[in-house]
Design a protein around this ligand. Sequence first.
Ligand code: ADP
Ligand code: MG
Length: 454
Amino acid sequence: MTPPLPARLALARAALLRHFGFPDFRPAQRRVVQSVLAGRDTLAVLPTGGGKSVCFQVPALVLDGLTVVVSPLLSLMQDQVEAGKRRGLAAAALNSAQDAESQRAVLDAVRQGTLKLLYVSPERLERLAGALGGQGVRVGLLAVDEAHCISEWGHDFRPSYRLLLAARIRLGRPPVVALTGSATPEVRQDIATSLRLGGARRWDLHLDSFDRPNLWFGVERVVTDRDRFRRLLEHLSPRRGTAIVYAPTRRTTEGLARSIHYAGFRCAAYHAGLDRERREEVLHRFLSGQLDVVTATSAFGMGIDKPDVRVVVHWMLPPTPESYYQEAGRAGRDGERSSCILLYAKGDAELHRRQLDVTFPAERVVELAWRDPARLASLPSNVRESVERLRKELDPEGGAPDWKRVRERRKRAANRISAMERYATTSRCRRSELLRYFGEHLRRCAGCDKHSSG
Ligand code: ADP
Ligand code: MG
């Protein structure tokens, strides 16, 4: 029996205190949790660090049945399950990295009803949905984390997220809570449509402001790499606390780490090419304050929660406002003043535009390679990957391929590069420029290099 809404809310607050040790929800969290507990489909757009996990983990404890959580990355899933278990949540993950036996153990727990939270990849959910229904398992809530991945027009499209609506229907249409830390108005609409939020009924959208008043935004115009390095050093100071320097390639992070080390800082590089042990060591030293600077590719960050990062420097223009805001946003989680600095040289965007030709090779090149294995083999491996990816998507054997959507995706990716370029070169307020991209109108800037300070 489900208790009435006010009682459910009281239970939710008690669970928040007992399992998480937080005395209360943040305002945006409370609104989201209320909608979810009322049984309405909900889209929560809260900035990185806004506390999205609580928005489905706490309702999972209060609602009847199982909460299924869809998450795009295995590592993210694993982190959340580990953290959840430490908090005493009955959570487990189901994914292809597990052997058959542990998968069976998880499914047994689901059947016996001892599990409250089940994390799955979108691919896995398809199959799971049928199995659960057949065994009379009731899913009380479907949580879609990183929900922008469902949108073809977003910056991080995952085709497997497209399977979610079908899975939702097979699960018996449980209420959905979709969560994202970055969504333009268009992507928001796309999430709602793709998951069919609300069906014929109303659904709730909760938008938290993306503005982070304690962050100061600045761009340094540079010409040469020596300039970049000089400017970079000006922004590093061990007395001001820890820094993250984001760079586009593994090699750059390593070269920079050496130079920064010579300049007298405790510094290490972090990227996905390091072995696991090394990555854990760098992460541990970073979290425990034994490093002044980490130089990193975008692989560094997801799930990292160090409150006192004082400066985030981008060595070069990143390819999208979404990634820039997410990475820069790792500064100042504790609310103290922190800086986000972008080093920009005219021409930085060209590197990303050339990458577009790899992700979306010319249509003629792709079609020829589809037909001719020798031609395919002669392409560089990253282009070959794109050719195969497009073959799967466009299915040329089934008839003339329809390039329209692919063209549209490329156009959007190009627009995101241009939006970043505009941010770097604008003569107006940096913060307004960024927030406008996310559909937010800023009344007053709390500090950027165009608005001296707040
Ligand atoms: P997101 O997924 O939105 O980036 P997380 O769910 O990872 O954010 O939470 C970010 C941080 O906020 C975590 O350290 C979490 O413990 C903390 N947090 C979440 N909710 C609350 C709350 N109600 N009170 C205090 N801290 C909270
Ligand atoms: Mg999250």
